[in-house]
Design a binder for this molecule. Sequence first.
Ligand SMILES: Nc1nc2c(c(=O)[nH]1)N[C@H]1C(S)=C(S)[C@@H](COP(=O)(O)O)O[C@H]1N2
Ligand SMILES: [Mo]
Length: 521
Amino acid sequence: MVTSRPTSAVPERNSPPRRSGIGRAALSGVLAAAVVLGVGHLVAVLIDPAASPFYALGATMVDHTPHELKDAAIRRFGSRDKQALFATMAVVMLIGAAVAGLLERRRPIGSALLVALGGLTAVAALQRPTATVWFAVPAVAGVLAGVLTLRILRTGGPGLRAPAEEGMTRRTFLLLAAGAGALAAGTAATGRWLGTRLRDVAADRARFLLPRAAPAAPVPDAAQPAVAGLTSFLTGNERFYRVDTALQLPALTSAEWRLRIHGMVDRTVEFDIDSLRDRTPVERIITLTCVSNEVGGELAGTARWLGYPLADLLAGAGVRPDADMLLSRSVDGFTAGTPLSAVLDGRDALLAIGMNGEPLPIAHGYPARLIIPGLYGYVSATKWVVDLEVTRFDRARAYWTERGWGDRAPIKTASRIDVPAAFATVDAGPVTVAGVAWAQRRGVTGVEVQVDDRPWQPAILAAQYSVDTWRQWTWRWDATPGTHTLRVRATDGTGERQTEQRATPFPDGATGWHSRVVTVR
Ligand SMILES: Nc1nc2c(c(=O)[nH]1)N[C@H]1C(S)=C(S)[C@@H](COP(=O)(O)O)O[C@H]1N2
Ligand SMILES: [Mo]
């Protein structure tokens, strides 16, 4: 059998891509990806900001980041870890989008790539704690718009026919590209604007009136030595460290807020802001500490918290005697498991709504969060808290304990040198060394300083405000020329000295003595 072959020659269309073609292809990919994100974000705002493709992907990455990486990120970027993640994501997306554009040159492989990524993003969005089936819509809508953009930029039309860029003039391409750029920027900006209009939590916070409470015991001057560079006893809201898994701040107005107490209780109870107003708030000064704080690190702060004793709120529900955990949940799905004993033993465990005389800043949990002295934040300090389940440690796990961090995490004794600064050069003679130490619930009863390998010397302790706050200390050093290492260690209220043994933050808090190298001339 003979197959007939076409006799007429096919005109050669597949000439090698010109260099300008590569640039155009990459730019087309980048613009298409920008349209995916812009359109996706706009559609998400109408459904739920948490469904935005960029946030959904980022949040999923955060949830699946191994603790070593999370720790390294916090170590390197501190409270800027989110900006670091976003920047990394943006760079990866930019490169991926350019590659998709290049792959699109012969066949619609780039479009296929966009569709696959869109599917992945939709799945990620559907996994968010507050997700409904609608959460898939922004990614799908974004990808449809993105693929259309890519096809039009590559072929001049929406179809799947072979690229005709050779036929497209530079002028036409630039016009189409400008259109795509405007679409991406326009949808993203509209999404942002709508997002703030629809949920103006900042305005709600500005209108929020804190109830009156008997003020916390005043901070005596003796608790705050006047040394330049020494950490101030109270940390301002702007300077307070921030650690959480929320890429996008939860937006919860005080009117929307509810707190449900349920689980192993006699009756489920629910509070809203108005029902709290019938109760008597208290104000307490408490030092909060993050488990991710390294030796010498800055992830600790002290504020005046205004709130309602948690034990009273729980008493209204009637806690069953065989329960031993309070599982708190935030509106964005974060959970913390707190030993009930810590909530009920008489310490100042609070449902806090005020911080340093203001409503909680949104980043610190507006409108309500937990503050429980003596426990690291990840097992106690749930921000944007909306749900308290009374349960048992052998039945429930929480966000970080599911990821291997310690179940019960009392704060370990720590001390830090603030002054002189790291690698500072000071003049020989009398030099003030100063810093802070904390051992919440036990208090700090001693701090010692060592120069090189000489005997340890007792530091002068500032007044102790309470066992739940950090304590400032100073020490006068008769500095001699040369390079010296200063070391600090604290003793807590039980008489136990801070251990020299180095431990990483994982799984339940860092230990070891802080040291600082100083040059004396
Ligand atoms: N909703 C929510 N609450 C949270 C977290 C979080 O990721 N999400 N992180 C906890 C951790 S690890 C710490 S150390 C404290 C930090 O509180 P801050 O950001 O107000 O300093 O919040 C806790 N509360
Ligand atoms: Mo933390």
